[in-house]
Design a protein around this ligand. Structure first.
Ligand code: ADP
Ligand code: MG
Ligand code: MG
Length: 250
């Protein structure tokens, strides 16, 4: 699904990612944990193809294709989805309109017909219901005046409608109370399956009680300094990240 080899990334001439290797098989859920400023969001952005993140070495293959040759829209059409740590507001564009436009763009890129309006409405109502997203929220401009929890649910709704192959979730748990966290985790778990993979980025272990990962990686100062099974997240809860700082520096 995803094969990252020796990835080096610079932002504003400063090296942020210093040689990342990561392989995610179909069906696997990988958690990336690490302290603030370790490069977690940088990794998410470079996967999605955000401007200003310069790859100075290494490679990223997604479903066997070199994504570094593709724009963000092509990556999305191929089935790569990023749920943002800080979802942006899009005044003037209703959430419903965003969903329909994104889904149809994806279908077009894959040579499929547009979904009819009744079929689209049925799909969105079903997914929105599961995520406690109201009809009223669907009509509002994307994220404008949404609470933190509503923004995160809107991200997961986009994911549920687009059914990506690879979901990258950047600190989807930040700012959520326990009830909102459960709704989001249920939404994510509903999308788990043998052919879909997820990279769940989180600072805290708490989310991983609800979205149980197959593998956990610790990112520190732009390097993966440790990888293990789900028990590694619990260990980190005990030890904190400080013990990895020296390792990363070395
Ligand atoms: P995390 O998501 O793990 O908190 P980030 O990927 O956001 O970490 O940031 C990693 C490092 O890159 C930090 O030191 C941060 O200051 C730096 N950084 C991130 N974005 C930019 C940017 N646009 N310009 C300059 N430095 C940046
Ligand atoms: Mg951060
Ligand atoms: Mg971040």
């Amino acid at each position: 699904m995803l094969e990252i080899k020796n990835l080096h990334v610079e932002v504003d001439g400063q090296e942020i990612l210093k040689g990342i290797d990561l392989t995610v098989e179909p069906g696997e859920v990988h958690a990336i944990m690490g302290p603030n400023g370790s490069g977690k969001s940088t990794l998410a952005y470079v996967l999605a193809g955000r401007d200003g993140y310069e790859v100075t070495g290494g490679s990223i293959a997604f479903r066997g294709e070199d994504v570094l040759e593709m724009g963000p829209d092509e990556r999305a059409a191929l089935g790569l989805f990023l749920a943002f740590q800080y979802p942006i507001e899009i005044p003037g564009v209703a959430l419903m309109t965003l969903l329909k436009t994104a889904l149809n763009a994806q279908r077009k890129a894959r040579g499929e017909d547009e979904l009819s309006t009744p079929d689209f409405m049925r799909l969105v109502r079903e997914k929105a219901g599961e995520l406690n997203v109201s009809q009223e929220m669907l009509k509002r401009p994307v994220n404008v005046g949404f609470s933190g929890g509503e923004k995160k649910r809107a991200e997961i709704l986009q994911m549920a409608v687009l059914q990506p192959w690879l979901c990258v979730l950047d600190e989807t748990d930040s700012g959520l109370d326990i009830d909102a966290l459960k709704v989001v985790a249920d939404g994510v778990n509903a999308l788990r399956g043998p052919e879909r993979s997820m990279v769940v980025i989180t600072h805290y272990q708490r989310l991983l009680n609800y979205i149980v990962p197959d593998k956990v990686h610790v990112l520190s100062a732009g390097r993966i300094v440790r990888s293990g099974g789900k028990e590694l997240a619990l260990e980190l809860e005990e030890s904190g990240y400080a013990i990895y700082q020296d390792e990363a520096a070395a």
